[in-house]
Design a protein. Sequence first.
Lengths: 195, 195, 195, 195
Amino acid sequence: MGKGRLEAFSDGVFAIIITIMVLEMKVPHGETLDAVKPLLPVFLSYILSFVYVGIYWTNHHHMLHACTRVSGAVLWANLHLLFWLSLFPFVTGWMGENHFAPLPSAFYGLALLMAACAYWILQQVIIAVQGPQSILKAAVGADWKGKLSPVLYLVGIASTIFVPWIAQATYVAVALIWLIPDRRIERVLQQVQRE
Amino acid sequence: MGKGRLEAFSDGVFAIIITIMVLEMKVPHGETLDAVKPLLPVFLSYILSFVYVGIYWTNHHHMLHACTRVSGAVLWANLHLLFWLSLFPFVTGWMGENHFAPLPSAFYGLALLMAACAYWILQQVIIAVQGPQSILKAAVGADWKGKLSPVLYLVGIASTIFVPWIAQATYVAVALIWLIPDRRIERVLQQVQRE
Amino acid sequence: MGKGRLEAFSDGVFAIIITIMVLEMKVPHGETLDAVKPLLPVFLSYILSFVYVGIYWTNHHHMLHACTRVSGAVLWANLHLLFWLSLFPFVTGWMGENHFAPLPSAFYGLALLMAACAYWILQQVIIAVQGPQSILKAAVGADWKGKLSPVLYLVGIASTIFVPWIAQATYVAVALIWLIPDRRIERVLQQVQRE
Amino acid sequence: MGKGRLEAFSDGVFAIIITIMVLEMKVPHGETLDAVKPLLPVFLSYILSFVYVGIYWTNHHHMLHACTRVSGAVLWANLHLLFWLSLFPFVTGWMGENHFAPLPSAFYGLALLMAACAYWILQQVIIAVQGPQSILKAAVGADWKGKLSPVLYLVGIASTIFVPWIAQATYVAVALIWLIPDRRIERVLQQVQRE
C-alpha cells in the first residue's frame, strides 16, 4: 500500500491549515493606522503558528521519507496528528484577539502539547510497522528534542497562571529548537543508501 | 484513463472538508472559561465529523486502490459522494450550535445516510466497470458493515423524535464499527498479488 | 515542460471552489424547520453550481489528457479559466440568497458565459500548441456543445429582464447537455492508441 | 530528497490563496445594482492580486523545474515566500474595501515588496545549493526584472503619501512586466538538454 495518497492528503491539510489561519486576521473597516493596530497581536501569533505548522510539515516530510510501509494504524495516527493541528487556527485566533491573555495562552500551549504527543505516537507507530530494522528508529536516536518539547510546553502552560509572558517565551523557544529540520533522519538515510 | 487525478482531486476535497469544519468553531470574544464553554458541543460534533471524514478517506483510499479503470460514471459517482460529504461542515455546525437538538441531529443523520448511499453507489459502479472478475467485488464480500450502517442511521434519525440522545449514540456506534479500515480489500489485494 | 503541476494546481483550485461554495450556506441560529427554510434556494443554487464545477473538472480532466505540451500561454489560459470559476461561489451565494431575483440570476449567467469562453480559449491555445496534427482538435470535432452553450447562456441572461425562471431553466438545461463527459476525446484517444 | 512534496505543498498553498481571496468579496444583501456597486474596487484589487499570485505560481513552477536538489534551507526559503503570499488576501481586501486609500495601498505594496524579496532569497538559496554549475544561475542571468521590481514597489509605496493612484499604476505596471513567464529559464533548460 503506497504512501503517495497519505502524503498528498496530509500536504493538502497542512496547506489549508497554514492558509486559513490568516482568515482570523479580519480585514479592518477603517483605513487608518489605528484601525490595524489592534491586529498586531493577531499577526504575531499568526507568525508563531505559521512557523509551527512549517516545522511540523518539514519534519513530517522527513519522517514519511523514512517510512517504507503504510498500514491502517499509520493512517489513523496521521489523522490524529492532523486533528490537533487543525485546532491551531482556532487557538491562534483566540490567543491573538485576547492579547496573549492567560487562559487562551494556556489553550494554545495545550494544542501544541497534544500535537507533539500525536507526532510522537505517529513516529512510534511507523517504527513498530518497520520492525526491528527500522530506519526511522535509527534516525530518531535519543530524540532529545521530542522528549524536551512536551516538558517545555507544560512549563509554558503552568506559567500562564503566574507570569503570562513566560508562556509566549517558552513557545517561541521550542519553535527555535525545532527550526532546524531533522538532519538526523537525512544523515541516516544517506548512510543507508551508501551501504 | 488514469485514476491519478481522481485521487488528487478527491484528496483535495477531503482535506478541505475536514479542515473547514473547524471554521464553524468561531473564536469567542471573551478570554474566560465561560466564553469557550458554549463551544463544547460544537467541539464534540467536530470530533465526530472529523472521525467520519477520516473513515471515508481511508476507505476511499482502499477502494480506489482496488479500482483499475476510471470511466465517466466513476467520476460522477465520486462527485456525488463528495457532494454529500461537502454538507458535513454545515450539519456539524448546526447540530453543535443547537446542542444536539432533535431536528439538527436528524439532518446530521440524513447527511450520514446519503453519504453512505453515495459510497455504496460508487462501489457498485466500480464493480460494474471491472466486470465479472472484479477484485473489488471479491474484496467487499458480504459487506455487512455497508448494509448495517444505513439501517442504524435510519434508527438514529427516527429516534430524534422521541429520545434525541439515542441518535448521537447511534452515530458514534456506527463510527466505531467503521473505525477499523477495510482490511478485507487489503487481504484480497494481497492474495491477487501472490497468485 | 510537464503538465503534472498544472493538473495538481488546477485540481487544488477546483477542489477549493467546489468546497467553499458550501460556506455561503450559513449555519442558521434556530433549531426549527423555519430556521432552515430560507436556505432552500441557497441549497438549490449550490447543487447547480456543484454540478457545473463537476462538469468543468471532468472535461478539464479529459482535455488535459489530450494535451501533450504545456507552454506559458497554456498556463495563463488555464489561470484565466480558473479566475472565472473562482467567482462561482460569489454569484451562487448572491443568486441563492436573493431567491433567484433577476439581476443576481443575470450575473450568475454572466459568470457561466465567461467561464465557457475561457474554456474555449484554453482549448484553442492547446490546439495551437499541438500544431496541425492536434489530437485535441480531432477529438473536439464540430464542438456543437461548446458553440451552443454561450448562445443559451445569452438567452438565459436576456430572459432575466422578462421571465426570470426561464434563466434558471436554461442554466439547468445547459448543465444537462454537458453532464455526459466528453466521450469524443476518449474515443479519439483510443483510436490514436490503437494506430 | 525529492522535490515532489515541496511542489505539491506549494501548489496547495497557491491554490488556496488564489481562491480564498474571493471570500473577501462578501455576498451583498440586496439584489440591485446599487448593492454590488461598492464591491467594484474589491473586485478590481482581486483581479490584480489574482494576476500577481498567477505570476508567482508560473515563475515558481519554472524555478523549481530548474531546481535539482532540495535542502532544509530550500524548504524554509519556500515557506518564507508562502508566508508573505498568504498575506495577499488580507491586504487585497483592506485596499479594496477602502477604495484604494493611501495607507492600505502602501501596505499592499509592502506585501508585494516582501514577497519579491522572499522570491529572490529562494532563488539565491537554490543557486547556492546547486553550486558553481547552477542551471538556475545561468537561466536567471542579469535578472533585471527581479532587480527593477523592488525599486518600483518602493516608488509605489512612497507615492501613496502624495498621489495615491500612482501606487496602483506602479503595481499594475510591475504585473505587466512579469506577465510573460520566465522564458530565460525555459531557454537555458532546453540548451542543457540539447548538450
